[in-house]
Ligand binder design. Structure first.
Ligand SMILES: NC(=O)c1ccc[n+]([C@@H]2O[C@H](COP(=O)([O-])OP(=O)(O)OC[C@H]3O[C@@H](n4cnc5c(N)ncnc54)[C@H](OP(=O)(O)O)[C@@H]3O)[C@@H](O)[C@H]2O)c1
Length: 292
């Protein structure tokens, strides 16, 4: 099966290409090879490569910058998703699309289900929601996988930031009133490839929107403490800095961050047999990889 992966140089795109199972012909394209916001480029690539399935890992992910750059955020996250959905539908092939917990307001206190009402509080979340809607409208054979707090060995993320700060700081303040589930890029890639294999075997999937993250829920403060304790155990840091819990109001950002990002991932297990892994094990794996 020929599989086209967009955003191939991002955190998830990189893992998708790296973890591609044998038996698939994978074309991973970065933004310089395929700009998904450009309809003509998408149509030309689709007719040239004739993929039998498309995975969209491309996105405008600069959450704060999106507040003042909404045109570009929508061009990539909404129009780009629509362009891929239109191309997939024209070819009669499925589109696996990645979305985010930011489609929700973040004001809940119980894990979000796929059926809960969306209400993004910033431009990034709104543009991703518009992308979801475009995918659902233009390509019936779609999986929209909402995920959260992505980290991986490749690219920039919270884990890398914490490790960098620990080089020079004995103490740092980390937000302790935002709750969510860290999710490794590798686990997202493995889950998506498991879906591709299911589709390839059965010629069908339970199409729709699904939540997928690692577990258990924590806070950024809890995540930071785990990062430091694992890095010390692996001798990647001489000592763990003191992590002081702070509140969101003490760390203002241009885009509002959701206080609650925890998603209920039971539907993807029930309908698509994808199980949640533990982010602490995924983190250990990532730390080993970056040490090499
Ligand atoms: N990061 C998170 O914490 C997080 C949380 C929840 C959901 N997600 C979702 O997970 C997915 C993957 O995110 P990620 O963390 O892997 O993001 P990432 O590391 O920022 O990668 C996104 C990739 O998309 C590419 N891209 C941007 N504009 C493009 C365009 N017009 N055409 C083609 N490619 C373009 C970027 O390439 P350039 O760098 O060359 O522009 C980048 O390599 C996204 O859908 C994101 O919304 C991420």
């Amino acid at each position: 099966m020929r599989v086209l992966i967009t955003g191939a140089h991002g955190q998830v795109g990189h893992e998708l290409v790296r973890l591609a199972p044998a038996g698939f012909t994978v074309t991973g394209l970065g933004s310089s090879e395929l700009d998904i916001s450009n309809l003509e480029q998408v149509a030309n690539k689709a007719s040239e490569l004739k993929p039998q399935l498309i995975i969209n890992a491309a996105a405008y992910t600069a959450v704060d910058k999106a507040e003042t750059d909404s045109e570009r955020a929508y061009a990539v996250n909404a129009k780009g998703a629509e362009n891929l959905a239109t191309a997939a539908a024209k070819l009669g092939v499925p589109l696996l699309h990645i979305s985010t917990d930011y489609v929700f307001s973040g004001d809940a206190s119980a894990p979000y289900k796929e059926t809960d009402p969306t209400n993004p509080s910033g431009v990034y979340g709104a543009s991703k929601l518009a992308g979801e809607q475009a995918v659902a409208k233009h390509c019936a054979q779609h999986i929209i996988m909402r995920t959260s707090w992505v980290f991986g060995a490749h690219g920039n993320n919270f884990v890398k930031t914490m490790l960098r700060l620990a080089q020079t700081r004995d103490e740092l303040g980390v937000v302790a009133d935002q709750h969510g589930c860290p999710t490794s890029a590798a686990s997202i890639a493995k889950a998506l490839w498991a879906l591709v294999s299911q589709y390839s075997n059965k010629g069908n999937l339970n199409w729709g929107i699904y939540h997928f993250s690692n577990m258990p829920a924590t806070t950024w403060h809890g995540f930071a403490e785990a990062i430091f304790s694992q890095a010390v155990a692996l001798k990647q840091l001489p000592r763990a800095p003191k992590v002081n819990p702070i509140n969101t109001v003490d760390y203002p950002t241009p885009a509002r961050r959701p206080a609650w990002s925890v998603m209920d991932c039971s539907l993807i297990e029930e309908k698509l047999t994808i199980e949640q892994s533990d982010w602490r094990e995924e983190l250990a794996q990532m730390l080993k990889e970056i040490a090499i």
